[in-house]
Each structure stands twice: as structure tokens, then as C-alpha cells.
Design a protein around this ligand. Structure first.
Ligand code: NAG
Ligand code: NAG
Ligand code: NAG
Ligand code: NAG
Ligand code: NAG
Ligand code: ZN
Length: 647
């Protein structure tokens, strides 16, 4: 709850994280607008891709509360043109959501570094900072001392005057929130596992085929094995060893099947493998000896595998445990709501499928849907943001009462209260544990951790519980520090990080002064032809590097059509792609006002200085200075000024 007095200028709420774009809308609709709309102008600026981000500075002038992603604010703070620039001092209050991300090289820390420099310089009228988090994390600390250090560092980064926590304001609304009851729902390993054993036998046969008959059986189905297989596949590529590469690929599918077998039903594991082989049959040439062997072996065992997968006696014990938990809850109360967190997108779908087919669970009115991320993935189709919102809306309205989710819903999605949260066979860390539990906010709610007894997941959960305790104590310690000592230490840490940054910047400047740009030659990475000098390069608005030498044209060819970006760019648009005559990709054209300039990506070039030759990585770290692009100068030199020159 934020009280906005008449003395406020603009309040800026910044948000970061995987689904931040999403969250901006959510915060706007559900939290800020209902409370503030009668008296204040509130605006969400969410599109990291939409055009509205170019007008951020105007929105700041015309509104009282701005809700945006951290990146949009950061871009406006460093923008050089006056009409797009905003100052820290344009705001009176900066609310930083999930502020435990204010660490290391994250965008929150970039915002705060600027702020701290200004503050230590004695600048007045800086905004007040309000950071919000359910858990500041311990930065992997394993001792009290380190945990305190970590929290002090986050406090220094955020210029924290005081940490306030729930239990302090014992009559505030937050104090009413009850911690959900946590329970460990543990199951033992299957006593007999003929389906898993069969998969492992087949894997061993592949190792025999590869000439390694003594491979340890016990490694199959582990993460260590997965890493070995990935290595093996790489070796196969490097050595052009087709047999090795093909077998590694197949072994990986079997290992995936073992993971699935460990998480959901045997039939899900079987289907995964079977889909793979059906596709292989269609797409692979059967002239390859290894392919032929692997297909033949699978075909010979397929029916047996399928029979074993359908034998209910050996089904995954986690599922019957989950069934008990769900029955217990949904039978007693028809308006229960729950979330099950699981690791992969595929397993959200498999669990959904299992519940759909379970007559008992259907009878007590459980209605589920998967909720997964929007990013790309090979396994299953990503959900669009609209699809995510739709699922959440149906859940809110009660058309659904159980979400099956990957970690997307742990943090940063506005999901209604639940009275059961199950972390289903999930590796944890202390932040995600607290975040997930935060979803169970109903009276009498329950937080269940379901895993196999003695498993890695369970050990991790327990250690992290210890860490959570450590963190709480560490926060207490920081809160109880005498004020003078606390402020003194914060100031020291702030000074240190600013000095650290200056040293870093100095190093960058030193690097830039190393060579005269005229003495640096860029060679195409593909054919080694010398094609440009450092002095031909200009940087446009601090981000795009172009070659302004008119003669550069002779070295490259362009594609027939322009490339298309999903996101609109500010003040320019992409043109055709640019390639060396040898075929090496270099970059693409930038159409900037009336000029067309080739953007060159330095990683496609080798940099020859008078002293050495290195391969290019990032423009920001080249050993010479790059001048800013000057449009009017460019037009004069190329006689462009008033004529539309499309060439
Ligand atoms: C996803 O597909 C790409 C290309 O098809 C491949 O290089 C990558 O390894 C795949 N990732 C996973 C996790 O399978
Ligand atoms: C903890 O888990 C969350 C989500 O699962 C992830 O975003 C975060 O990076 C993890 N933190 C650490 C320290 O690994
Ligand atoms: C850009 O070039 C023009 C004309 O050559 C010059 O007058 C102007 O000062 C230059 N601008 C900057 C920022 O260097
Ligand atoms: C581009 O050229 C046209 C004339 O062809 C001129 O009217 C316009 O002002 C030029 N644009 C810029 C931004 O210089
Ligand atoms: C001590 C311990 O095992 N803690 C774990 C808590 O979670 C983090 C993040 O996943 C792990 O890195 C830690 O090892
Ligand atoms: Zn070339």
C-alpha cells in the first residue's frame, strides 16, 4: 500500500524477470488501478517490443505512477537525445519489485549504481527507494557470516535505510498471513522395476555395440550419465564418428525415458521413446549401419516394453501419493485450489493426461490445465502470453481448480490464492522454495514436498531449509545492528563498489586508447581478406556499429529481400543481410533516416593490430576507440542531404 501525497512527482514501479512484461499489466490491472484511479494517472508501459517504449519520457511527464520493466527505465536514463531522456530526479519514489535481483550485473543493479554515484556526489532530490521481496536469498552462503555479508551487500546496492519485515508490524495486515503447513510426502523406490530394468538393458546393449560392454549399470538414469552422453555426442561430431554420434543421440533418448519414468507414468516414458523411433523411421536413411542396428533392436523389444509399461503393479509410487494428497483435499472441500510444480513442460502435460484419465480424481471434480513458459523449447510448444493469461483467468473464476506448472508460476505471475501447493519431485533453492510456498496463502493451506526418500531432491530441500533458517537469522542480525554501525558499513560497501566500477571503466578506457583506429585492420573470418580499418567504424546511438566508408561496398553482397525483426527499432529499420563474397555472414543493413549503412558484427572478423591478431568478440572490448556516428556529417560527405538515396 503506497500513499501518494500531493508533494509527489512521479512514482515509478519497476519489474524484472522472465514474465515481467506480463506482470506490468497484472500489477496495473489488479493492484494499482483499482486503488488509485480516481485520483491519479497510472500507466503501464509493458511492451519490450512495442512502440510505446520509445515514448517513455513523455509518459513520465504526463502521469503520476508509471509501471514498467527495469530495462525500459534504464534505456531512458542513458538515452542521449533530450526528448527521450529521463533523469532519476524526475521520480520521487522508485518501487523495485522482487528486489533480491539487485545484485551483480543485473539491470536493477545498473539502475542503482547510477543512483549511488549521484547520491555520493551529493545530488539532491533523488527518489526514495522501496525494495520488495519475499526472500533476499543468501547468495549461496554456507555460514552465518557469509549470509550477513550477502544481505549487507544487497542492502548497500539498494541503499537500504532499514529492512522491514512482517513480524515487526504485528498489527498490520501482513501479520495475518499464516504460514502454510509444510509436509514431506515421501515415497520409497519401486521394489521391483521391470520396465526401468528393461530400458537399462537396452542401453547396455548399445554400449556393447559401441565396444564398451562393462559400462556400469548403476549410472543409467542419472545426471552424471546425461553429461557423459552429451560429451560423447560432441566427440562424435569432432571425430566425424557417425556411429558414436548416433548411439549417443539414442542413449540420450533412453536416459530421458528413465527420467520420465522416475517422474510420471511408465507409459509416458514409453511414448516418449516410441515417438522418437517413429520419427527416426521416417526421416533417417536406413543405409547407416548404426541406425539399422538401433531400429532393429528397438523394434524387437517394443511390444515387450509396451506390455511392461501397462503393468499397473509397478507404477510410479509418487503418483499414488499425489492421488492421496489430492483426494484428501478436494474431497473435503469443493472450492479447493491448488498448484503442482514440476520440472519440465512435458511432465505438466503428462500429469494433466494422468488426471484426465483417473476416474477417482475426475469424480471429485478436479479440473486441471498445464501452465508453462513462453520461451522456445524443443520438447513442447511454448504457451503464448495470452494462453497463459487465459489459463490464469479460468483458474481465478473457478473453471479450473488445479494448475500444473513449471517454475514460471513460482514468481512473477499474478495467481489467485491456493490452499495446496505441491512441489512434485523438484530440485529446490531457498528462494524458489519460499516463492512457491508464497502461493499457498489461504487459511489452512498446505505446502507439500513430494519426492523419493533419500533422493537428491529431498536432501537439497532439507539443506535449503537450513539455509532459510540461516537467512532469517542473518536478517535479524542486520536489523539489530546499531544504526551507526549499519550505516557506516553500508556506506563503505557502496564506496567499494563504486571504486570497483571506476577501475573497470578505467580498464576499458585504457583498452580503447591502445591503438590508433587507422592502424587496426579487420579481416573477414571466412576468407581472411582485409576489408576495413578501425577508423571506418562508427557507433550509432551507443549500440549499432556501422561502416561508413563508401568503398566498403565492393567487399560484400546483399540478400534479395530485407530481413524482418519481430521488435520495432527506435529511429531505424533493418534492411538486407550483408555477406562477404566468400559467404561469411557479416551483419545487415541499417536504414537510418535517408542513409543505408552496413551494420557489422565484430564476431565475424579477426582484428589485426600492429602487435597481434585476435578474433573479435564484442565491439565494447575492441582495443581502439570508435567514434560516434554523425548523421549530418555523413550526409555532407556522401552528398545525401536532400535526396532520397536508397542505394
Ligand atoms: C534443441 O534443438 C536444437 C536444434 O534443433 C539443438 O541444437 C538443441 O541441442 C536442442 N536442445 C535440447 C535441450 O534438446
Ligand atoms: C532458484 O530457483 C529459481 C526458480 O526455480 C531461479 O529463477 C533462480 O535463479 C534460482 N536461484 C539460484 C541461486 O539458483
Ligand atoms: C556533426 O557534424 C556537423 C557537420 O560536420 C558538425 O557541425 C557538428 O558539430 C557535428 N556534431 C557533433 C556532435 O560532433
Ligand atoms: C530525406 O530526403 C528527403 C528528400 O528526398 C527530405 O525531404 C527529407 O528531409 C530527408 N530526411 C531527412 C531526415 O533528412
Ligand atoms: C547447501 C545446499 O545444497 N543448498 C542448495 C540450495 O539451492 C541452491 C540453488 O539451487 C543450491 O545451489 C544450493 O546448493
Ligand atoms: Zn570472406
Amino acid at each position: 500500500c503506497v500513499v501518494i501525497g500531493d508533494f509527489w512527482r512521479v512514482v515509478c514501479v519497476v519489474i524484472e524477470g522472465i514474465s515481467s512484461v506480463h506482470l506490468v499489466q497484472q500489477h496495473y490491472q489488479h493492484e494499482f488501478l483499482p486503488v488509485l484511479k480516481d485520483r491519479y494517472k497510472v500507466i503501464p508501459i509493458s511492451g519490450d517490443a512495442g512502440e510505446e517504449r520509445f515514448f517513455f519520457a513523455n509518459f513520465v511527464k504526463e502521469n503520476d505512477v508509471v509501471i514498467c520493466t527495469a530495462q525500459i527505465l534504464q534505456n531512458a536514463l542513458i538515452h542521449q537525445s533530450e526528448e527521450k531522456h529521463v533523469e532519476m530526479t524526475d521520480f520521487t519514489l522508485l518501487i523495485i519489485d522482487e528486489c533480491h535481483h539487485t545484485h551483480k550485473n543485473g539491470v536493477y543493479n545498473k539502475l542503482m549504481e547510477e543512483y549511488l554515484i549521484k547520491k555520493l556526489r551529493g545530488e539532491r532530490n533523488l527518489p526514495q527507494i522501496l525494495g520488495l521481496t519475499a526472500s533476499p536469498g543468501t547468495g549461496r552462503a554456507t555460514s552465518m557470516e557469509k549470509a550477513v555479508e550477502h544481505i549487507m551487500q544487497v542492502c548497500a546496492n539498494l541503499d537500504t535505510w532499514r529492512i522491514m519485515s512482517h513480524n515487526e508490524q504485528s498489527n498490520g495486515p501482513a501479520a495475518v498471513t499464516k504460514q502454510p503447513e509444510k509436509q514431506y510426502d515421501l515415497v520409497s523406490e519401486r521394489a521391483q522395476d521391470p520396465f526401468g530394468d528393461e530400458l537399462k538393458m537396452l542401453m547396455l546393449r548399445i554400449h556393447e555395440f559401441l565396444g564398451d560392454p562393462d559400462f556400469p549399470f548403476s549410472e543409467f538414469g542419472t545426471q552424471t550419465y546425461e553429461q557423459k552422453i552429451v560429451e560423447m555426442e560432441k566427440e562424435g561430431v569432432v571425430e566425424s564418428n557417425r556411429k558414436k554420434r548416433t548411439c549417443a543421440l539414442h542413449l540420450r533418448k533412453y536416459n530421458d525415458a528413465l527420467f520420465i519414468h522416475d517422474t510420471v507414468r511408465m507409459i509416458d516414458a514409453f511414448r516418449h521413446l516410441d515417438r522418437f523411433y517413429s520419427e527416426e523411421k521416417i526421416t533417417r536413411p536406413l543405409t547407416d549401419e548404426s541406425e539399422r542396428f538401433l531400429l532393429w533392436m528397438y523394434d524387437g523389444e517394443r511390444d515387450r516394453l509396451q506390455d511392461l509399461a501397462n503393468d499397473a503393479r509397478y507404477e510410479n509410487p509418487k503418483l499414488s501419493k499425489l492421488e492421496d494428497i489430492l483426494r484428501d483435499l478436494f474431497q473435503s472441500s469443493s472450492d479447493s485450489r491448488g498448484i503442482i510444480f514440476t520440472r519440465t513442460r512435458q511432465s505438466t502435460h503428462d500429469l494433466h493426461d494422468w488426471i484426465q484419465g483417473n476416474a477417482g480424481l475426475q469424480a471429485i471434480g478436479i479440473k486441471t490445465a498445464p501452465l508453462t513458459g513462453a520461451g522456445q523449447s524443443n520438447q513442447t510448444k511454448p504457451m503464448t502470453q495470452n494462453e497463459q493469461l487465459e489459463v490464469i483467468e479460468r483458474f481465478r473464476k473457478g473453471h479450473l481448480n488445479l494448475l500444473l506448472s513449471t517454475s514460471v508460476a513460482e514468481e512473477g505471475m499474478d495467481i489467485p490464492q491456493c490452499n495446496i501447493v505441491v512441489r512434485y519431485g523438484l530440485m529446490t533453492n531457498e528462494t524458489s522454495m519460499i516463492q512457491a510456498r508464497g502461493r499457498a496463502r489461504h487459511e489452512e493451506s498446505r505446502y507439500s514436498f513430494l519426492a523419493q526418500t533419500g533422493s537428491k531432491e529431498m536432501r537439497r530441500e532439507i539443506t535449503n531449509e537450513t539455509l532459510e533458517g540461516l537467512m532469517k537469522q542473518a536478517i535479524k542480525r542486520v536489523q539489530n545492528m546499531p544504526e551507526r554501525e549499519y550505516l557506516q558499513q553500508i556506506k563503505e560497501l557502496q564506496k567499494e563498489s563504486i571504486i570497483e566500477r571506476q577501475v573497470k571503466n578505467q580498464r576499458k578506457d585504457d583498452l580503447k586508447g591502445l591503438f590508433n583506429p587507422d592502424d587496426v585492420i579487420l579481416h573477414c573470418k571466412g576468407c581472411n581478406t582485409a576489408v576495413a580499418r578501425g577508423s571506418d567504424i562508427r557507433v550509432v546511438e551507443n549500440s549499432q556499429y556501422v561502416n561508413v566508408n563508401a568503398n566498403f561496398k565492393v567487399y560484400y553482397k546483399v540478400s534479395a529481400t530485407s530481413i524482418v525483426f519481430e521488435k520495432k527499432m527506435d529511429g531505424w529499420s533493418p534492411g538486407r543481410s550483408v555477406r562477404c563474397h566468400c559467404g561469411q555472414n557479416w551483419g545487415f543493413e541499417m536504414i537510418y533516416k535517408n542513409a543505408t549503412l552496413p551494420i557489422v558484427s565484430i564476431k565475424n572478423f579477426a582484428i589485426q593490430t600492429p602487435e597481434s591478431r585476435v578474433s573479435g568478440k564484442k565491439w565494447k572490448s575492441v582495443p581502439f576507440a570508435v567514434e560516434d556516428f554523425n548523421y549530418s556529417q555523413y550526409c555532407q560527405e556522401n552528398l545525401l542531404d536532400l535526396s532520397d538515396d536508397d542505394d
